[in-house]
Design a protein around this ligand. Structure first.
Ligand code: HPA
Length: 279
């Protein structure tokens, strides 16, 4: 079944605008991945809205996802942090991802900063490391844009050459150098989940050119590019991928390790926003 997201987006925009009142429209939205919600603590003069109060947004659910939209300022830039996203493995509810991202665009955002927890296929890039997404491979068995095109948001066919924005990547690299936060780069494989991969699947992904893997972010990127947002993505590595480490993979492990990596992500994010303020 395909859902017309436009009425939800219109109502969601209104709810958020009513709450933020006369404050400026957001320029950037950040999606906080599992265990990375502490980014929202850096927002000055926050206005917090529960997803439960925003039409078409997902019900707060998956462990580690708070289900709040937080509006405020970071380094002087009006910003929204989305604490919690929707995953393809949630099945019928996954259309809500489109509502969330399109609402950011209609509110006025130019940029989308995607973060996630991910597994690494490079032994030298282990838990706690930050990795900027330079490109992706969609292994999720689907695309959120399948179905009638919603022309009010974007075109039927979307070019993905610059789907991880080269200028924003350059700026983030500069921020990493200035703050001494090590920042690796990788091609990210989007995996549907909810099962983690098998060792053989990890070998396959690796041979096919990916260095990191996770169960989100690729659909977010596709919906964002469709409606013209410029996108940047950073993974916090929570584990070496299946078969590469003696640790048993679990969501608890993901949460614990992501929380540890969040501090570095925040340093990078704040510096990045200082540069966005001048862009
Ligand atoms: N695979 C998929 N998703 C993940 C992983 C992983 O190893 N770690 C955190 N999210």
């Amino acid at each position: 079944m395909s859902i017309d997201t436009f009425p939800y987006v219109e109502q969601a925009v209104k709810v958020v605008q009513d709450k933020i009142g006369s404050r400026p429209a957001p320029r950037l939205a950040l999606v906080a991945g599992s265990g990375l919600g502490s980014v929202a603590d850096r927002i000055k003069d926050p206005v917090t809205i529960s997803y439960a109060d925003i039409p078409g947004f997902p019900a707060p659910g998956v462990h580690g996802h708070k289900g709040n939209l937080v509006y405020g300022e970071v380094s002087g830039v009006p910003t929204i942090v989305l604490m919690g996203r929707v995953h393809v493995y949630e099945g019928e509810e996954s259309w809500r991802l489109k509502v969330m991202i399109r609402t950011m665009r209609k509110l006025g955002c130019e940029f989308l900063f995607l973060t996630n927890a991910a597994g690494s296929m490079r032994l030298e890039v282990g838990a706690g490391e930050l990795v900027m997404i330079t490109d992706h491979i969609n292994f999720m068995g689907g695309n959120p844009l399948v179905g009638p095109n919603e022309d009010k948001f974007g075109p039927r066919f979307v070019d993905l050459e610059d789907c991880w924005d080269p200028q924003l990547r350059g700026i983030l690299k500069q921020c990493a150098a200035e703050t001494n936060v090590p920042l690796h780069e990788a091609v990210f494989a989007g995996w549907m989940g909810p099962c983690f991969e098998t060792p053989a699947e990890i070998r396959m992904l690796s041979m096919m050119g990916a260095q990191t893997v996770g169960m989100s972010t690729v659909p977010d990127n596709l919906v964002a590019r469709h409606c013209g947002l410029r996108v940047l993505g950073v993974s916090v590595i929570t584990n070496l991928a299946c078969g590469l480490s003696p640790l048993k993979l679990s969501h608890d492990l993901t949460m614990q390790e992501a929380e540890k990596g969040a501090a570095k992500l925040i340093v990078l994010f704040e510096r990045f926003m200082e540069k966005i303020a001048k862009l």
